[in-house]
Design a binder for this molecule. Sequence first.
Ligand code: PRP
Ligand code: GUN
Length: 185
Amino acid sequence: MTDTVAEMSQVMAEADCLIDEQQVQTAIQDMADDITGRLKDSNPLLFCVMNGGLIFTGQLLPRLRFPVQAEYLHATRYRQETTGGILEWKLQPTAEMKGRTVLIIDDILDEGTTLCAIADYCRSQGAKEVLTAVLVDKQHDRKAHPNLKADFTGLHVEDRFLFGYGMDYKGYWRNAPGIYAVKGL
Ligand SMILES: O=P(O)(O)OC[C@H]1O[C@H](OP(=O)(O)OP(=O)(O)O)[C@H](O)[C@@H]1O
Ligand SMILES: Nc1nc2[nH]cnc2c(=O)[nH]1
Protein backbone atom coordinates (compact mmCIF):
# COMPACT_ATOMS: atom_id res chain seq x y z
CA MET A 1 0.00 0.00 0.00
CA THR A 2 1.38 3.44 -0.89
CA ASP A 3 1.75 6.08 1.80
CA THR A 4 -1.06 8.11 0.21
CA VAL A 5 -3.52 5.24 0.22
CA ALA A 6 -2.66 4.50 3.85
CA GLU A 7 -3.09 8.19 4.77
CA MET A 8 -6.43 8.44 2.99
CA SER A 9 -7.69 5.22 4.56
CA GLN A 10 -6.77 6.69 7.94
CA VAL A 11 -8.60 9.94 7.10
CA MET A 12 -11.78 7.96 6.44
CA ALA A 13 -11.35 5.76 9.51
CA GLU A 14 -11.12 8.85 11.72
CA ALA A 15 -13.71 11.01 9.93
CA ASP A 16 -17.13 11.90 11.30
CA CYS A 17 -20.03 10.89 9.06
CA LEU A 18 -22.33 13.94 9.26
CA ILE A 19 -24.92 12.81 6.69
CA ASP A 20 -25.32 9.20 5.62
CA GLU A 21 -25.99 7.90 2.11
CA GLN A 22 -29.73 7.41 2.66
CA GLN A 23 -30.13 11.00 3.90
CA VAL A 24 -28.22 12.31 0.90
CA GLN A 25 -30.37 10.28 -1.49
CA THR A 26 -33.55 11.64 0.10
CA ALA A 27 -32.22 15.20 -0.17
CA ILE A 28 -31.34 14.74 -3.85
CA GLN A 29 -34.81 13.36 -4.61
CA ASP A 30 -36.47 16.28 -2.80
CA MET A 31 -34.33 18.74 -4.77
CA ALA A 32 -35.16 17.00 -8.04
CA ASP A 33 -38.87 17.32 -7.26
CA ASP A 34 -38.47 21.04 -6.44
CA ILE A 35 -36.40 21.74 -9.55
CA THR A 36 -38.83 19.83 -11.75
CA GLY A 37 -41.76 21.78 -10.28
CA ARG A 38 -40.07 25.11 -10.84
CA LEU A 39 -38.25 24.63 -14.15
CA LYS A 40 -40.07 21.99 -16.17
CA ASP A 41 -41.54 24.55 -18.59
CA SER A 42 -38.48 26.87 -18.73
CA ASN A 43 -36.16 24.88 -21.01
CA PRO A 44 -33.22 25.62 -18.67
CA LEU A 45 -29.57 25.18 -19.56
CA LEU A 46 -27.82 23.26 -16.77
CA PHE A 47 -24.15 23.57 -15.90
CA CYS A 48 -22.32 21.08 -13.70
CA VAL A 49 -19.47 22.81 -11.86
CA MET A 50 -16.52 20.43 -12.16
CA ASN A 51 -15.01 18.71 -10.34
CA GLY A 52 -17.03 18.77 -7.15
CA GLY A 53 -20.45 18.94 -8.82
CA LEU A 54 -19.89 15.73 -10.76
CA ILE A 55 -21.47 13.17 -8.41
CA PHE A 56 -24.40 15.35 -7.36
CA THR A 57 -25.18 16.33 -10.95
CA GLY A 58 -24.93 12.71 -12.06
CA GLN A 59 -27.46 11.64 -9.45
CA LEU A 60 -29.76 14.65 -9.82
CA LEU A 61 -30.21 14.63 -13.60
CA PRO A 62 -31.92 11.23 -13.97
CA ARG A 63 -34.45 12.38 -11.38
CA LEU A 64 -35.50 15.50 -13.31
CA ARG A 65 -38.77 14.84 -15.12
CA PHE A 66 -38.38 17.15 -18.12
CA PRO A 67 -36.07 17.33 -21.14
CA VAL A 68 -32.72 18.61 -19.88
CA GLN A 69 -29.84 20.22 -21.76
CA ALA A 70 -26.73 19.74 -19.61
CA GLU A 71 -23.22 21.15 -20.01
CA TYR A 72 -20.26 21.62 -17.70
CA LEU A 73 -17.77 24.25 -16.65
CA HIS A 74 -14.78 24.17 -14.34
CA ALA A 75 -13.81 26.83 -11.84
CA THR A 76 -11.66 26.10 -8.80
CA ARG A 77 -10.24 27.97 -5.82
CA TYR A 78 -9.39 25.34 -3.19
CA ARG A 79 -7.17 22.99 -5.24
CA GLN A 80 -5.54 20.64 -2.67
CA GLU A 81 -6.11 23.07 0.22
CA THR A 82 -8.78 23.36 2.91
CA THR A 83 -9.14 27.13 2.50
CA GLY A 84 -10.13 28.94 -0.69
CA GLY A 85 -7.95 31.28 -2.75
CA ILE A 86 -8.29 33.14 -6.04
CA LEU A 87 -10.88 31.63 -8.37
CA GLU A 88 -9.29 30.08 -11.43
CA TRP A 89 -11.38 29.33 -14.50
CA LYS A 90 -10.21 26.03 -15.96
CA LEU A 91 -13.01 25.85 -18.49
CA GLN A 92 -15.43 28.65 -19.21
CA PRO A 93 -18.71 27.55 -20.77
CA THR A 94 -19.06 27.99 -24.49
CA ALA A 95 -22.76 27.09 -24.80
CA GLU A 96 -24.98 29.96 -25.95
CA MET A 97 -26.91 31.19 -22.89
CA LYS A 98 -28.36 34.46 -24.18
CA GLY A 99 -32.00 34.71 -23.09
CA ARG A 100 -31.89 31.33 -21.32
CA THR A 101 -32.68 30.29 -17.78
CA VAL A 102 -29.43 28.82 -16.46
CA LEU A 103 -29.14 26.41 -13.52
CA ILE A 104 -25.69 26.03 -11.97
CA ILE A 105 -25.20 22.79 -10.05
CA ASP A 106 -22.44 22.35 -7.48
CA ASP A 107 -21.64 20.22 -4.47
CA ILE A 108 -21.21 22.95 -1.87
CA LEU A 109 -21.89 26.57 -1.12
CA ASP A 110 -19.23 27.43 1.44
CA GLU A 111 -18.22 31.11 1.28
CA GLY A 112 -20.07 31.36 -2.02
CA THR A 113 -17.31 33.08 -3.96
CA THR A 114 -17.31 30.34 -6.59
CA LEU A 115 -21.07 30.34 -7.24
CA CYS A 116 -21.27 34.15 -7.29
CA ALA A 117 -18.46 34.39 -9.85
CA ILE A 118 -20.05 31.75 -12.06
CA ALA A 119 -23.48 33.38 -11.82
CA ASP A 120 -21.96 36.78 -12.68
CA TYR A 121 -20.26 35.25 -15.70
CA CYS A 122 -23.50 33.69 -16.93
CA ARG A 123 -25.33 37.01 -16.55
CA SER A 124 -22.53 38.74 -18.49
CA GLN A 125 -23.15 36.22 -21.28
CA GLY A 126 -26.79 37.28 -21.49
CA ALA A 127 -28.54 34.62 -19.41
CA LYS A 128 -32.10 35.76 -18.67
CA GLU A 129 -32.17 34.16 -15.23
CA VAL A 130 -29.43 32.39 -13.26
CA LEU A 131 -30.43 29.88 -10.59
CA THR A 132 -28.18 27.79 -8.37
CA ALA A 133 -28.50 24.33 -6.82
CA VAL A 134 -26.13 22.96 -4.18
CA LEU A 135 -26.19 19.68 -2.32
CA VAL A 136 -24.68 21.24 0.81
CA ASP A 137 -24.75 24.70 2.37
CA LYS A 138 -22.10 25.11 5.06
CA GLN A 139 -23.35 27.05 8.07
CA HIS A 140 -21.16 30.01 9.13
CA ASP A 141 -21.05 33.80 8.87
CA ARG A 142 -18.28 34.10 6.25
CA LYS A 143 -20.51 34.14 3.15
CA ALA A 144 -19.43 36.38 0.26
CA HIS A 145 -22.67 38.34 0.82
CA PRO A 146 -24.83 38.35 3.94
CA ASN A 147 -27.71 35.85 3.67
CA LEU A 148 -26.27 34.35 0.49
CA LYS A 149 -28.22 31.20 -0.38
CA ALA A 150 -28.65 28.95 -3.37
CA ASP A 151 -32.06 28.77 -5.02
CA PHE A 152 -32.15 25.03 -4.28
CA THR A 153 -30.32 23.56 -1.27
CA GLY A 154 -30.22 19.91 -0.23
CA LEU A 155 -28.63 19.90 3.19
CA HIS A 156 -27.28 22.30 5.81
CA VAL A 157 -24.04 21.14 7.34
CA GLU A 158 -21.88 22.39 10.18
CA ASP A 159 -18.71 24.41 9.65
CA ARG A 160 -16.14 21.62 9.18
CA PHE A 161 -13.98 20.62 6.21
CA LEU A 162 -16.11 18.12 4.31
CA PHE A 163 -15.53 15.32 1.85
CA GLY A 164 -17.69 12.82 0.00
CA TYR A 165 -20.39 13.07 -2.70
CA GLY A 166 -18.01 15.00 -4.94
CA MET A 167 -16.09 16.92 -2.30
CA ASP A 168 -12.44 15.95 -2.00
CA TYR A 169 -9.81 15.87 0.70
CA LYS A 170 -6.41 16.47 -0.95
CA GLY A 171 -7.86 15.20 -4.22
CA TYR A 172 -9.24 11.97 -2.72
CA TRP A 173 -12.52 10.60 -1.42
CA ARG A 174 -14.90 12.42 -3.80
CA ASN A 175 -16.39 8.93 -4.01
CA ALA A 176 -17.20 8.65 -0.28
CA PRO A 177 -20.88 7.60 0.00
CA GLY A 178 -21.99 10.25 2.49
CA ILE A 179 -20.95 13.66 3.79
CA TYR A 180 -17.93 13.31 6.07
CA ALA A 181 -15.87 15.80 8.12
CA VAL A 182 -12.12 15.41 8.42
CA LYS A 183 -10.99 14.78 12.01
CA GLY A 184 -9.90 18.04 13.61
CA LEU A 185 -10.98 20.23 10.65
O1 PRP B 1 -18.30 28.57 -1.80
P1 PRP B 1 -16.82 28.54 -1.99
O2 PRP B 1 -16.09 28.88 -0.72
O3 PRP B 1 -16.35 29.36 -3.16
O4 PRP B 1 -16.40 27.02 -2.25
C1 PRP B 1 -17.18 26.14 -3.03
C2 PRP B 1 -16.37 25.53 -4.15
O5 PRP B 1 -15.24 24.83 -3.63
C3 PRP B 1 -15.18 23.55 -4.25
O6 PRP B 1 -14.48 23.59 -5.45
P2 PRP B 1 -12.88 23.57 -5.52
O7 PRP B 1 -12.35 24.95 -5.59
O8 PRP B 1 -12.36 22.68 -4.43
O9 PRP B 1 -12.61 22.90 -6.92
P3 PRP B 1 -12.89 21.36 -7.33
O10 PRP B 1 -14.37 21.15 -7.27
O11 PRP B 1 -12.38 21.25 -8.73
O12 PRP B 1 -12.15 20.49 -6.35
C4 PRP B 1 -16.62 23.19 -4.49
O13 PRP B 1 -16.75 22.21 -5.48
C5 PRP B 1 -17.23 24.51 -4.88
O14 PRP B 1 -17.16 24.72 -6.29
N1 GUN C 1 -13.89 19.27 -0.30
C1 GUN C 1 -14.35 20.45 0.11
N2 GUN C 1 -14.37 21.48 -0.74
C2 GUN C 1 -14.84 22.64 -0.28
N3 GUN C 1 -14.96 23.81 -0.91
C3 GUN C 1 -15.48 24.67 -0.04
N4 GUN C 1 -15.69 24.10 1.15
C4 GUN C 1 -15.31 22.82 1.01
C5 GUN C 1 -15.30 21.72 1.92
O1 GUN C 1 -15.70 21.75 3.09
N5 GUN C 1 -14.81 20.56 1.39
